[in-house]
Design a protein around this ligand. Structure first.
Ligand code: BES
Ligand code: MN
Ligand code: ZN
Length: 505
């Protein structure tokens, strides 16, 4: 769905003095008058930039940018130098690099620049490796190029003129391998965003299954789709119950990637309610349109599977995406209905709007078939997690403290931050039902935790598992992040890629 995108490539810093693109892009730190790489530039250009900095044209503060017009010389073709403020040198973070990358794309687009070189550092700065800086910067730039314009008649994307960004680095080979990984990860994020952004009438469960098959086309991923008849045979009463109020039947999408023979796989599970009206326990109209994003957990899993396969990682991964449309049709489940899960436990559906856990219970049980070493699920599960953490972090609930710490670490590095909530056994009491094994809601208190407790009942005994509630992080209608436009964020894809890099490779 995203066709045109500028090429990001690495060139040697030594080639800068004869660079014949449209512009040079230089990062400037606050209180530091010696930006990196300037010595590689044409002397005349270097002088002009130094003069601009001396004159205080760019303070180096994170919001200060300046376009300096420079004269073409015998050795240099560039006519513009863009100075980008990065903040104080000792305060630089991977996130500020990512944001800088996003801003550079915006500046180039706004200034009609077709080809520009960015002077990358060869030094480790503020405890970050230069390789991590190149990674974060290029990732921010690439992700900022995303737009969802499939339904716009006048294609705004065609106005984007940026064709090529040359990262001027000391070590080109190293930069190329960083860029290779980054592209595969970013492709996964952008696929997750596309799927997330598609409206409910276009992306219904079977369509999502088709998209998963399309994703796997040409990649070593086996996709199996269970339709309503298969679900019936497997006794997946939760997925069927949520789907029964809709004309669009539910699906269970299973994606298998084998990069490590018979080794135990990592299982990733993602909630994909393609639209959540609440069912008979109907949601209020305000912002109900945003429930088209209620499949972002599943989208993250599909995007992640793509990046794992594109990266040819030497691990085994199984992605499991239960998908249903939660509608209040004549066949819909009623509050008070008792359903039977694939595991055999019966559930009293006190609120049909707590549907995510009903499809996940069968998907988590299905994951057991693969004997995974770890199960991680992603779900836009509760509004309560937004009350607890706002939009700055996903909630993580786990039966394994080390796994929680690993996810927090990956979250810190990717800025897809996660924060733990406890699953104390006492919370399980809130899920007691008079008539069934458990109820699907646990009252107003600790709503995110009781949802996590509900899921925990369907995870195999002793299985390492973490649940991420991404209701507050999966989409962003503000569009204030420099590398993530309004709409689906694609959250989870970068986190999982980092988690795998740090713990499974
Ligand atoms: N998809 C929603 C959760 C949600 C709500 C995500 C708002 C993002 C924004 C989920 O299916 C839901 O409706 N959860 C209920 C659970 C309740 C009935 C126990 C909720 O959070 O209100
Ligand atoms: Mn709901
Ligand atoms: Zn939902």
């Amino acid at each position: 769905m995203n066709e045109q995108k500028p090429i990001i490539q690495a060139i040697s810093s030594k080639k800068l003095s004869r660079y014949n693109g449209d512009a040079l892009i230089i990062g400037v730190c606050e209180g530091d008058d010696a930006p990196v790489g300037l010595d590689y530039c044409d002397d005349a250009v270097g002088k002009m930039v130094n003069n601009a900095l001396k004159a205080g044209w760019c303070s180096g503060k994170p919001d200060s940018t300046q376009i300096v017009s420079v004269t073409k010389g015998k050795k240099s073709n560039v006519e513009r130098v863009i100075l980008v403020g990065l903040g104080k040198l000792d305060k630089l973070t991977l996130e500020s690099m990512r944001v800088a990358g996003g801003k550079v794309f915006g500046l180039c687009k706004g200034a009609g620049i077709k080809r520009a070189a960015v002077l990358m550092t060869s030094d480790d700065l503020a405890e970050m490796k230069s390789s991590a800086i190149i990674d974060a910067f290029s990732e921010g730039l690439r992700l900022a190029t995303y737009s969802f314009n499939r339904f716009k008649s006048d294609d705004e994307a065609s106005e984007a003129t940026l064709e090529q960004i040359d990262l001027a680095c000391a070590e080109v080979d190293q930069a190329e391998s960083i860029l290779g990984r980054m592209e595969h990860v970013a492709n996964g994020v952008m696929l997750a965003r596309d799927l997330g952004n598609l409206p409910g009438n276009v992306l219904f469960p079977d369509q999502l299954a088709q998209e998963a098959k399309k994703m796997a086309d040409g990649l070593p991923i086996t996709v199996t789709v269970l339709d309503e008849h298969d679900l019936q045979k497997k006794g997946m009463g939760g997925i069927l119950a949520v789907g029964q109020g809709s004309k669009k039947p539910p699906r269970l999408i299973v994606m298998e990637y084998k990069g490590a023979g018979d080794a135990q796989p990592l299982a990733v599970v993602g909630k994909a309610v393609t639209f959540d009206t609440g069912g008979i326990s109907l949601k209020p109209p305000a912002k109900m349109d945003e429930m088209r994003y209620d499949m972002c957990g599943g989208a993250a899993v599909i995007g992640f599977m793509q990046s794992v396969a594109q990266r040819k990682l030497p691990i085994n991964v199984v992605g499991i995406v239960p998908s249903a449309e939660n509608m209040p049709g004549g066949q819909a489940i009623r509050p008070g209905d008792i359903i039977t899960s694939a595991k055999g436990l019966t559930v009293e559906v006190l609120n049909t709007d707590a549907e995510g856990r009903l499809i996940l219970m069968d998907a988590l049980h299905h994951a057991e078939q693969f004997n995974p070493h770890t199960v991680i699920d992603f779900a836009t599960l509760t509004g309560a997690v937004i009350v607890a953490l706002g939009n700055q972090a996903s909630g993580v609930m786990s039966n394994d403290e080390a796994l929680t710490a690993q996810l927090q670490e990956a979250g810190k590095d990717t800025h897809e931050r996660v924060w733990p909530l406890p699953l104390f056994p006492e919370y399980q009491d809130q899920l007691k039902s008079v008539a069934a094994d458990l109820a699907n809601v646990g009252g107003r208190e600790a709503g995110t935790i009781t949802a996590g407790c509900f899921l925990s009942r369907f995870v195999g005994e002793g299985r390492r598992w973490a649940h991420l509630d991404i209701a507050g992080t999966a989409w962003d209608m503000g569009g204030k992040c420099a590398y993530s436009p309004k709409g689906a964020v694609g959250v989870g894809v970068r986190l999982l890629n980092r988690f795998v890099d740090q713990n499974l490779l």
